[in-house]
Design a protein around this ligand. Structure first.
Ligand code: SF4
Length: 360
């Protein structure tokens, strides 16, 4: 658990690019029992060392009134609030197709990606929650691994958060990586838009954790992903991860149709190829996900990011029925086909030994 003082992004804005700083919450709540665990105590020590305001709460469900005049302001403050608690539900959600189960180490994210799916899945609870009882979570994971034998059971650690963005506070991802290294029949994976990989580089991972970086055309990152690491930082971090021996992949998502998209995605793949060290180019995987939205997501995005230029016009989309009733709006076949073809060709041109796992 690091104890160095981390400087909030607002204090360094003029000198340092925004994404190089680590997240520092403005307010931290501790739920009952959290301080009974070593991780809860460690987080409290970190909070005190940072001089962050903190208080106890009987439950995160009671944290409903965030300061701010408007809903947008309240949302922004909620995203800078951390809740430290004990994970009670140890039955894991499914996480098909990328893994069998979602492994819970936290929820919420410090980023402000306009199209983030957490907008709808977390609804009125956009604050960041972390769990201190990672030993209980790991025991549950072990049971799933045992049940799944002789098949390999995969766990996704980024279903409800970006775990790297809070790793300097919890250390939970590192714990999972080292534990998974011992499991012949278990694999861990996570995806991130952050570059703070240092804590992971010296871990014993045994190549049983897949690290994926979410990347996009530069215009898309700059317009729609405030609060995340810049493209160059993610690529540099990807190189470090590859040199540390982890299996590496990229998720290009959401693939977005805009004026100049061909050049944008060509440049993206070219820059990846130019920037990555040779060892990172071996056995790369790519996952390609086109932009989609639901009607619920659209109304939340319009409220929270009222100036967003994210295009969500139903008349320009194709409706795709969803398994749970609510359908999504994706690109019509012609546009989706053009996106898939150009990006796949570029990937195979620059990374002939890589694999595209899917386009969806
Ligand atoms: S970094 Fe990922 S989890 Fe965080 S806001 Fe952006 S899309 Fe959502």
């Amino acid at each position: 658990m690091p104890t160095e003082k981390v400087v909030p992004s607002s204090a360094t804005k003029s000198r340092t690019p925004r994404a190089t700083v680590k997240f520092v919450p403005e307010l931290v709540y501790f739920e009952p029992g959290a301080l009974d665990y070593p991780k809860g105590k460690q987080i409290m020590a970190w909070v005190k060392a940072q001089g962050i305001e903190h208080q106890m709460t009987t439950s995160h469900n009671r944290i409903t009134n965030f300061p701010g005049e408007t809903e947008v302001e309240q949302y922004r403050i909620a995203k800078r609030t951390l809740v430290v608690g004990v994970r009670k539900t140890l039955k894991f959600d499914q996480s098909k197709p990328s893994a069998e189960y979602a492994i819970p180490i936290g929820t919420g994210c410090i980023g402000h990606c306009h199209y983030c799916y957490l907008q709808t899945t977390l609804g009125a609870k956009p604050y960041i929650r972390v769990y201190v009882n990672t030993d209980d979570v790991w025991s549950a994971a072990k049971r799933y691994i045992e049940e799944g034998k002789p098949e390999v059971t995969r766990f996704e650690a980024s279903c409800t958060s970006d775990p790297l963005s809070i790793e300097h506070i919890t250390g939970s991802l590192s714990e999972l990586i080292e534990k998974m290294a011992q499991e012949e029949f278990g694999r861990l994976r996570f995806v991130t838009k952050y570059h703070h990989v240092e804590p992971l580089l010296d871990l014993h991972h045994n190549r049983r954790t897949d690290v994926r970086f979410s990347v996009n055309a530069d215009d898309v990152i700059r317009q729609f992903e405030p609060g995340t690491s810049r493209f160059e930082e993610r690529i540099e971090a990807a190189g470090k991860i590859a040199r540390a021996g982890y299996p590496l992949g990229f998720i290009i998502a959401p693939i977005y149709w805009y004026n100049g998209w061909e050049e944008g995605y060509r440049t993206l793949i070219k820059r990846l190829a130019e920037s990555l060290p040779e060892e990172a180019k071996r056995d790369l995987t790519f996952e390609l996900i086109q932009h989609r939205y639901t009607k619920t997501a659209k109304s939340v995005i319009e409220k929270r990011y009222p100036k967003s230029k994210l295009e969500m016009k139903e008349e320009e989309r194709k409706y795709k029925w969803g398994r749970w009733g609510q359908g999504k709006y994706v690109y019509p076949d012609e546009k989706a086909g053009a996106l898939k073809t150009l990006i796949s060709e570029q990937i195979y041109e620059h990374f002939p030994t890589s694999r595209i796992l899917y386009f969806t």
